[in-house]
Design a protein around this ligand. Structure first.
Ligand code: SF4
Length: 257
């Protein structure tokens, strides 16, 4: 569950060291729930999207209160936890508990769009129709289904990548409609790359980093001074971090985790 939260938006190479330290420190939901949410945000480090740390802590608290400290195995109970969406619930139930579920992450959606639909990329939004069509790919045997889920994710991550799929060495190229069609170019609106520099998200990350790396409360002025290019953006970002509970106001115009 911890790795699934961390991997929601962050590549595995960046997640691994943080995950190792995290699991050493909080090996169980009850260990995490017993600590302060701010400590979870601090330990999240530079993984980005730090509300995931908050939600993971909140989920641990619910697991202790309602599930005897054990991560629940049922999809419904998992979906009811903070921060657990359709993909994460299916991944935990499948990889953690060996159940048969359709585990559709970005990579798997792309792989199956190519193999089955002959399209380079899937539609922007996942629909029930796509879910239904992909369901038939999942083997009936739960153990095989879990292995299939891992394998299809790995195929997408390592071979059938978004920009440079390695079709000549792909083990399923004989069954791939997109390959058979000569790899036609993607139709539809251009796919936008993600920009980060100068965004509110980067600004929030910089301000949060100042407080995270400090031993105690930090004057608001010092936090805002970390983002000089746009003071109004910095003020907005700080207000957002406070409103989201990622930072708290301390005494004498300071902020803290
Ligand atoms: S043949 Fe190419 S496009 Fe088809 S699944 Fe393999 S890597 Fe992806």
């Amino acid at each position: 569950m911890v790795s699934e939260f961390m991997l929601q938006q962050t590549p595995v190479a960046r997640v691994l060291p943080v995950w190792s330290v995290w699991m050493e420190r909080w090996p169980t939901p009850s260990a995490l729930a017993a600590d302060e949410p701010g400590e979870a945000v601090r330990a999240w480090g530079r993984l980005g999207y730090p509300r995931r740390a908050q939600r993971l802590h909140a989920a641990a608290t619910v697991i202790v209160a309602e599930h005897g400290g054990q991560v629940p195995a049922s999809l419904d109970a998992l979906r009811a936890l903070p921060g657990v969406g359709e993909y994460t619930a299916a991944a935990i139930a499948s990889f953690g508990y060996g159940q048969r579920h359709l585990v559709l992450d970005t990579n798997v959606r792309r792989v199956l769009a190519r193999i089955e639909d002959g399209c380079e990329f899937p539609p922007t939004h996942l629909t029930q129709g796509e879910r239904d069509r992909r369901q038939v790919w999942v083997p009936d045997d739960p153990a095989q289904a879990a292995a299939w889920a891992v394998a299809s994710m790995e195929l997408g991550a390592l071979v059938c990548t978004a920009r440079t799929p390695a079709c000549p060495s792909c083990p399923v190229r004989e069954s791939c409609a997109w390959f058979a069609a000569g790899r036609p170019a993607h139709e539809g609106p251009p796919r936008r790359g993600q920009t980060y520099a100068g965004t509110d998200r980067q600004c929030r990350g910089v301000l949060l980093g100042v407080v995270r790396d400090a031993a105690g409360p930090v004057p608001e002025e010092a936090v805002l001074a970390a983002w000089t290019s746009d003071p109004a953006q910095a003020t907005r970002a700080l207000e957002g971090l406070l409103a989201d509970g990622l930072l708290r106001k301390g005494a004498q115009a300071t902020v803290t985790l």
